[in-house]
Design a protein around this ligand. Structure first.
Ligand code: 13P
Length: 351
């Protein structure tokens, strides 16, 4: 399939992406937090439960996998990409190699992974991947982000995207301005604008086809330590303005990360953005924590009770599917009393 078509399939109306690509280190932290041992079997077990949830293919267009998962087999003998394909879900793969301290600004992180990337892309394509992800992170403080981190990460994101398109896959370009910090929403707007501007400049320099990427940015929020209240209508207006100003019109759509917002916040804010969207850009979700938290807590209660975990996950995916068309309402959260809507999580610096 042509990459433009894959991108549109990823952004299909009322569907979004499940980010289940936590590295083993991050997944171990997630499992530790609910007191489940992080064995290969448990990591697969939880993920397979999500991937086989009721109507998952109606809400989820793609799943981002980690290297371990794309090579695993499900309990019915299918490989994980085969299992997803059978439900009309595109398999994707995280291809960055995580973050490292930046030379000259060691408090900041750059994303590593370009070495040997072309070969890994061929392998992942043969395993069934049709899109990829690369995440860069930027922290806001008095002195950060530096121009150095903005330039370095933009150059790698662009080189990555060019190589992925050459390998006939769609690159998810993920520059994440972290919500950590005591800054206000205007600072987040300013930093995100600068980051996106640089990324698109470098993407153009590398001749990346804009029609064949999906941008995965943060929403524009007050810093998590600011004590300021986040109003969905303001978040939506600022986020839309920032993206309108900085995203070329050829880009088909945006799949937001949740970044440490609670499940409910991430759904509400996506819904608000879609309610006021007056552009051709498609806005959907590519959530990790904001799709999985409730399901993970439910699963930890009894890892053999597949149905209970799946009902929590399906509900969350359905709510976000509604938000992806601006048709979510609070009263649709009928399962609220049954599930545990978790507290906002803190941003993560690790991959
Ligand atoms: P969160 O939605 O948990 O931020 O994760 C999305 C993701 O893929 C980060 O790289």
């Amino acid at each position: 399939m042509e990459i433009e078509k894959i991108a549109l399939q990823m952004l299909a109306s009322g569907k979004g992406i499940l980010a289940a690509d936590e590295s083993t280190g991050t997944m171990t932290k997630r499992l530790d937090s609910v007191k489940v041992p992080s064995t290969e079997e448990n990591r697969l077990g939880f993920r397979e439960i999500l991937f086989t949830s009721n109507k998952v293919g109606s809400y989820v267009s793609g799943v981002i996998l980690y290297d371990e998962t794309i090579k695993q087999k499900s309990s019915n003998g299918d490989t994980i990409p085969e299992l997803l394909n059978k439900q009309n879900i595109l398999p994707g793969i995280k291809v960055d190699a995580g973050t490292k301290p930046l030379d000259g600004s060691p408090d900041e992180l750059y994303t590593d992974g370009l070495t040997g990337l072309s070969e890994r892309l061929k392998e992942y394509y043969n395993l069934g991947a049709r899109f990829t992800k690369w995440r860069a992170v930027y922290k806001i403080s008095k002195d950060h982000p530096s121009q150095n981190v903005i330039t370095t990460n933009a150059k790698s994101l662009a080189k990555y995207a060019a190589l992925v398109q050459e390998a006939n896959m769609v690159p998810i370009v993920e520059p994440e301005v972290l919500m950590d910090g005591n800054h206000d929403i205007n600072k987040c707007f300013e930093v995100t604008s600068a980051v996106l501007k640089e990324c698109f400049q470098e993407l153009k320099n590398e001749k990346v086809k804009m029609e064949g990427i999906v941008l995965k940015p943060n929403m524009i929020l007050n810093g998590a330590d600011s004590g300021l209240k986040n109003e969905p209508a303001i978040i939506a207006a600022k986020t839309l303005e920032c993206l309108k100003n900085n995203v070329p019109k050829e880009v088909p759509g945006i799949a937001f990360l949740s970044g440490g917002q609670s499940e409910l916040e991430a759904t509400t804010n996506l819904n608000e953005i879609n309610k006021i969207n007056d552009t051709k850009l498609i806005f959907t979700f590519s959530y990790g924590r904001a799709l999985q938290q409730g399901a993970l807590k439910q699963w930890a209660k009894d890892i053999h009770d597949k149905k209970a975990t799946q009902s929590v996950f399906s509900h969350r995916a359905y709510m976000n599917s509604l938000a992806a068309t601006g048709s979510w309402k609070q009263d649709k959260e009928v399962l609220l009393s049954l599930i545990h809507i978790s507290e906002p999580t803190r941003p993560r610096l690790i991959s």
